[in-house]
Design a protein around this ligand. Sequence first.
Ligand code: ATP
Ligand code: MG
Length: 759
Amino acid sequence: MEDNFLSSLNDAQLRAVKYWPETPLQILAGPGSGKTKVLTSRIAHLILNHHLPPFSICAVTFTNKAANEMRERLTKLIGKERTSQLRMGTFHALCARFLRKYAHLIKLAENFTVCDAEESKKIIQALLKPYTAYFASENLDLQPGRVVSSISKAKSKEQSGSVFLEEVVRTEIAMRQRNGLPLGDEVEEKKTIDRIIGEIFVEYEKTLKRNNALDFDDLLTYGVKLFTKNDETVIWCRHILVDEFQDTNITQYKLMKALAIARCVTIVGDPDQSIYGWRSAEVGNLSKMRRDFPDTEQVFLEENYRSTAAILKASLAIISQDKSRIQKSLHTSHPNGFTPVLYQVQTEHEEAAFIAIEIKRLVAHMGGAFDWGDFVILLRFNALSRVIETALQKEGIPSRVLGGHKFFERLEVKDLLAYLQVVDNPNFIPAFKRAVNVPGRGIGEKSVAELIGRAEKSNQSPLAIVEAICDNRAPDIKPAVKRKVAPFVAVIRSLRAQAHNSSSPADLVRKLVDLIKYEEHLKKTQSDWESRWENVKELITFASEMEAQNQAEEAADAVAGGDDLIEMSTTPLRQFLQASMLSSEGDNQSEEGNKDKVTISTCHSAKGLEWPVVMIPSVDQNTFPFYRSEDTEEERRLLYVACTRAQSLLYVSRATTRMVAGETKLKELSEFISSVLNDNGLKNEMAFFSQQIPFFTQEDRATIATVLQRPPPEEAEVQRRVVTFERSGREHPMQIYWGGGHVAPSRPKNAYSTGKASY
Ligand code: ATP
Ligand code: MG
């Protein structure tokens, strides 16, 4: 069985898996060429044929979802036990795990709370408040998102708040001197946006510190600190492998280097798919690696196994418009398949209706070739999903939003986690604020602020303050306040006692739900309490799953052993909270129950994944490239990434008008598509996009099945149906041809034809 998995690889892939087991290796190749498959196979090969212990292998993926997929694939190749011993996950998860274990080595309190992106943003929002009047008087505008991203960028360069601020002030002074402007008090009074960002950054750092919290960027920077200064913490690592390397940032590169203590590094990547420049990713890491590891070997893979030739050609036509790009070869032995469709309509509602109806048509009348789960709608940004979701709902199509569902951001989940966070880290104020008045105990915002103010003044946690009140150690507090906070304190104490006994996190959640009568609270306060109650149950399931996984990881650590370092004992509760916070990156939903739904996702979240049918709406200027983006080429690559997710059918569409913030705006076709349509060099080769609705012959449908490696579809008869769609509030009838073409009396010019409307 051992070498079976190697037999499905082509020569280049096989070389990438087998050659150079101890040499730094870069596997560079286009989408769908099997990079992730090779990485997985290489791990299996190192374990099965080179007998590396699984715990000595570190595999880094870009998302939790990708890590789960890799885990699934590896379980098939090397079995569950060995897979569970691998150190596998995102850079964030890896850092969190080791920081928890060795917090004391870098003077970190081991009960730190991981502060997710939403929480960070809330802190920033609060810090922005005092500037409101100043912004109004100076006619300035500063959105929290901009502050978040500036801070994150600075942190990825390992800049602290004070260094950032000093640099801004220095630049401002130099500019004033150059322009002969006065210095001194006036500089202090007139604050630029950058200076305000700097000031907020400094305060933000203080807030995190006070709360004993680390944000996502901190996890990485502290990780670098831990790994570079304490060799003993990385000694277990014999081989590190990184997927999607083109999107790593400077800090992640440093982490990789620190972990590559044995100098065995394998990275896979594709510069054409680098889409995270806006989040400080550095394509330059590829050449940096070759400088740091001069003996690096390179393998190029050139065969695409994912898509039909027509999809690949159209995608390559898009990316090759970037003239500065190094041209690479990528081919497929798949059949040509159907020409990608470019569909243009008048309004975004028609566009959404088209997408919904087309999906329905493909599912109902393609001889069983497709299920709902075979479709993905890829959006440039989340806000575009509203109209699409409504259209799908109207047609009765089940859908789910990938990464947008954000289980861990739901009210009920956050309520319960907040209680547990208070138990684990009483200094984490956001959790205290949330839990203290759930269910309603009549403790108003003002009282909460007072309690927190008291805590800050006396340098204690707010929990310590309310405990003192309950124990009559705060005589100046009114008895009414004591009555109100007493039940909260009782719940926390009871949970704390149970957590001390190392009780399982699932049991803790169950107990909490009982103690605060949470089901009744939901019934009283939420109209959709039933589905929320389901989420509570799901949280308990997640808690028990995490416990099992953590036990496996701990067992692996015990096997790894070898180092004489003192490890902090992590409580099951702490591990559970950490897993929840890291999952809030948004992509760790269970796949069960989603397999039969149409997926709606952003293009960014779809990275590395594939679907039989991909639909990309809104390919207009302003959306592709996104008007706020500073890097047009990165936007082009993003469209390329989106198109190359498709295996058998690709649709791009756009509306000529679109409502933006309540106003109807005219929209042009995306330059990324029009440049392909107008490129004389490409024109003679073939039409990359068809502007008609596909009419599938039996042969087309057989091709689709071949590419998807599915059994040939049944034959289907053509039927003509009339469906209605809405435009300007009026219903319009539309005739649609469903089904395969071989029995059609004559092939219609356009499978969609309407009486009045201009389809
Ligand atoms: P991306 O750049 O989008 O992340 P990738 O290079 O990582 O793509 P994979 O996801 O590993 O590509 O592979 C794409 C598809 O091709 C998968 O379905 C994979 O199983 C299949 N595949 C890869 N190599 C082979 C092969 N040698 N034979 C058959 N199928 C293959
Ligand atoms: Mg991949």
